[in-house]
Design a protein around this ligand. Structure first.
Ligand SMILES: C[S@@+](CC[C@H](N)C(=O)[O-])C[C@H]1O[C@@H](n2cnc3c(N)ncnc32)[C@H](O)[C@@H]1O
Length: 429
């Protein structure tokens, strides 16, 4: 059965990492997989996440071993080899079982010609290790980052860039927002180790990770999966009793649920351009026994959905490069292009400008991204303040953030929060 799972991993990766670029998202492909036993699901996710995380290092080693490159028609064989090398270098599974498994996978992929090659490469890889191979390599190859992204990170964070690159290779923590204080005792009773966060009052780090449906209190809405840094922007929202709040880029609804809990009397509107993703907002709210008005619309074009009544507060959790959460979505490293960053900055500025007139005088706009690129964050806020004379920055500074000219920038921490940015702007009365 495990061999079948390995075949599924290769077929899944073919959709995510086609050699010609593009590709589906890792989460989307994983969600489409057939129902498997928990252990099989674990192996499948490990192989797919692992190859996305370490692709460049694995590829580098593989290319060095080959006298001539594999034909472009042998895409599935290449991915099977990357999976096998990944498994040997990064998993705890017995080496001999891994070495024996991948030639069979090549046969199952209708590439019996590759079984001998695969066997030889697996044996060779088992005598080496990622640490040994990576030791003499430049950081972007060792840490599997595209050159353009490494250059941007190194330029933005010369002192922290190495740590950021290393942190992006680690499995992310399993972080919850506890809506109900009683949730913690039930988690401990169920065998979880629980460590409370130090930034967000409701954050709890759970180990070991488990499918969320099996976490006590999840179905009942006592807790939600949410990174600790992602819990911070909603804490900056201010609205009077019965006030109006807009969550402008709401899906899948992590922060909508939080706002609905914090402001049960407010008129909360959750907007997203992608109507199909709003179903997840609805599911989240139902699970938490909360409600909001859900609207499909473009935050950059309020004329098509706004009723003309001003908002006391707007949360804009903007579409971004997601460079602060590469450990959670490692496929993004291979899907994004350098030119995307300028397009995203343009989109963020357009939405900020379009949404600002909807904030009442004295009201607040909280801008947030899960990016660690300054042009999407402090730079974006600086340009916004320069364009809007009636906006002043009003961000409470989180002591553990990196000092930037505007807002709070958190960098990803191993076993801690994701990389995240937020800033609060207040409209003058
Ligand atoms: C970072 S995600 C939001 C995450 C969400 N706030 C949460 O906490 O679960 C960004 C969202 O923005 C949406 N989006 C992108 N462009 C948009 C636009 N022009 N107007 C409204 N929503 C947009 C995307 O569909 C995506 O769901």
């Amino acid at each position: 059965m495990a061999d079948n799972v390995r075949v599924l991993a290769v077929r899944g990766l073919l959709k995510i990492l086609p050699a010609e670029g593009g590709g589906k998202s890792l989460r989307e492909v994983l969600a489409d997989q057939p129902v498997l036993l928990a252990a099989e699901r674990g192996l499948l996710a490990d192989l797919m996440f692992g190859v996305c995380r370490h692709q460049r290092l694995l590829d580098h080693w593989l290319n060095e071993q080959m006298d001539k490159p594999l034909k472009s028609s042998a895409k599935s064989v290449r991915l099977a080899l990357l999976c096998g090398i990944y498994e040997l270098w990064f998993s705890e599974r017995p080496q001999h079982a891994v070495v024996n498994a991948w030639p069979d996978v090549c046969r199952a992929l209708n590439a019996p010609w590759a079984a001998g090659l695969c066997n030889a490469l697996m044996r060779k890889a088992s005598r080496s290790s990622a640490a040994e191979v990576g030791r003499h390599l430049d950081i972007p190859v060792r840490c599997s980052l595209p050159d353009w992204l490494w250059q941007r990170l190194d330029q933005a964070w010369p002192e922290q860039a190495n740590d950021i690159a290393e942190a992006a290779l680690l499995a992310p923590p399993f972080t919850m927002r506890l809506s109900d204080p009683s949730a913690e005792a039930a988690l401990v009773e169920d065998g979880f180790q629980v460590r409370r966060g130090s930034l967000a009052p409701q954050a709890a780090y759970l180990s070991p990770a488990r499918p969320v449906q099996q976490v006590p209190g999840f179905k009942e809405g006592l807790l939600s999966v949410q990174d600790e840094a992602a819990q911070l922007p909603a804490l900056l929202i201010e609205a009077p009793k019965g006030g109006r709040i807009l969550d402008a880029c709401a899906a899948p609804g992590g922060k909508t649920g939080q706002l609905a809990e914090y402001f049960p009397d407010a008129e909360l509107i959750a907007l997203d351009i992608d109507g199909s993703r709003l179903q997840r907002v609805r599911d989240n709210l139902n699970r938490l026994h909360r409600s909001a008005i859900l609207l499909t619309g473009d935050a950059g074009k309020p004329d098509s959905w706004w009723d003309g009544q001003p908002f006391d507060a707007v949360l804009l959790d903007a579409p971004c490069s997601a460079t602060g959460i590469l450990r959670r979505q490692p496929d993004l490293k291979w899907h994004r292009r350098d030119s995307d960053i300028d397009s995203l900055c343009g989109l963020q500025a357009r939405i900020l400008d379009a949404i600002w007139p909807l904030v009442r005088p004295g009201g607040v706009l909280v801008y947030a991204t899960c990016s660690i690129l300054p042009e999407e964050n402090a730079g974006q806020v600086q340009a916004f303040l320069a364009r809007h004379g009636d906006a002043r920055e009003d961000t409470p500074v989180e002591a553990r953030s990196v000092i930037t000219a505007h807002g709070c920038q958190l960098l990803p921490v191993a076993d801690g929060p994701d990389g995240f940015f937020y800033a609060r702007m207040r409209k003058t009365d």
